[in-house]
Design a protein around this ligand. Structure first.
Ligand code: PLP
Length: 381
């Protein structure tokens, strides 16, 4: 039987009941090596766990299905996925266009690592596809985008950017961490590669660090798999298992994340102590129309600027009780943070510097009433 509903794929793709025991859940294959029946004849097709491990393969097949890709590859972290992908597609002399408000770690990878290896980059505001087109150079091999972005929740038109990239003979890479494949499937919109920090919504429980890349083209997938094996930044079997366990409930979790975030964004936008709210689901968001077209719903991330400047922002972060002050995002529990001094501190003085009075929320799946009340008390006198 074939099936292709998203929630069905999340629970079943790559996850047949175990042939030997009937175990419904893919086992944690905690092994480095595999028995061979005779020389160079591995019994079950596996030789060594850097190259392939059944628990990791289950996760990789599931992620490929969820992103409508040809092949998924899992990595030890989102950054490991990005690094391995870049060293697969770029060589010295090449150029990549990155978002003007890229994830801080991505910016650091380009500015402090890839640059030393001769890969140049330009950080361009990507909400305007023409601005990206103007930044294209003969040596541009990729347009790297995120949507929605971190922490300002800008939305880029993935289909339009795929057009710009392909016109230039370049790849479009989409960091789909904030949306997750449940809300947005970039490969269906023309992107070539999707990268994830599975640490966030895919894992979903703040208990494991991981990354993934899902590729549309089989030949590129093959080259990336070669680099995954050669460079070796793979997740262990238990981490792959935890991530796969999280993925099973992605749909129901995202529905609640989105519902709660919409409620929080709406309440904040009505609050007299709040100057500005950033959430793609609000009608006044500058790219609301694009978001509506390419996303199922608007995600669980909300940013806002309280009146009273940086001091007020720091006070809110210190005062919440349900929202935990901490970095990261995408888990079932709500988190609050101050990007200027925490996740984006390293962007100070760069084109990616964020407003000092910005507060970022990862809205969890607790009771919405408690979340709204917590923010109201934290914003109070
Ligand atoms: C967290 C994150 C990453 C990096 O992933 P790690 O798993 O922390 O290495 C990349 N992109 C985005 C948008 C992220 O939020």
């Amino acid at each position: 039987m074939t099936f292709d509903g998203f929630e069905t794929l999340a629970i079943h793709a790559g996850q047949e009941a175990d042939a030997q025991t009937g175990a419904v859940v893919v086992p944690i294959h905690q092994t480095s090596t595999y028995a061979q029946d005779s020389v160079a004849r591995p019994r079950g097709g596996y030789e060594y766990s850097r190259t392939a491990n059944p628990t990791r393969v289950a996760l990789e097949e599931c992620l490929a299905a969820l992103e409508s890709g040809t092949r998924g590859l899992a990595f030890a972290s989102g950054m490991a996925a990005e690094d391995t992908l870049l060293r697969t597609v770029a060589k010295p002399g090449d150029h990549v266009i990155i978002p003007g408000d890229a994830y801080g770690g991505t910016f650091r990878l380009f500015s402090q690592v890839m640059q030393r290896w001769g890969v140049s980059w330009d950080a361009v505001p990507q909400t305007d596809p023409d601005a990206v087109r103007r930044a294209v150079r003969p040596e541009t091999i990729a347009v790297w985008t995120e949507s929605p972005t971190n922490p300002l929740l800008n939305v880029t038109d993935i289909e339009a950017l795929a057009g710009v990239a392909h016109e230039a003979g370049a790849l479009l890479v989409v960091d789909n961490t904030f949306a997750s494949p449940y809300l947005q499937q970039p490969l269906r919109l023309g992107a070539d590669v999707v990268v994830h920090s599975t640490t966030k919504y895919l894992g979903g429980h703040s208990d494991v660090v991981g990354g993934a890349a899902v590729v549309a083209d089989a030949e590129l997938a093959e080259r990336l798999a070669f680099h995954q094996n050669t460079m070796g930044a793979i997740p262990g079997p238990f981490d792959a298992w935890l991530t796969l366990r999280g993925v099973k409930t992605l749909g129901v979790r995202m529905d609640r994340h989105c519902r709660n975030a919409e409620r929080v964004a709406t309440e904040l936008s009505r609050h007299p102590g709040v100057e500005r709210v950033y959430y793609p689901g609000l009608a006044e968001h500058p790219q609301h129309t694009v978001a509506k077209r390419q996303m199922r719903a608007f995600g669980g991330m909300v940013a806002f600027r309280p009146s009273g400047g940086e001091e007020a922002a720091l006070r809110v972060c210190d005062r919440t009780r349900v929202f935990t002050l901490g970095e990261s995002l995408g888990g079932v529990e709500s988190l609050i943070e101050h990007p200027g001094r925490m996740t984006h501190a390293s962007a100070a003085g760069s084109p990616l510097e964020v407003p000092a009075d910005l507060v970022r929320l990862s809205v969890g799946i607790e009771s919405a009433d408690d979340l709204v009340a917590d923010l109201a008390q934290a914003l109070g006198k």
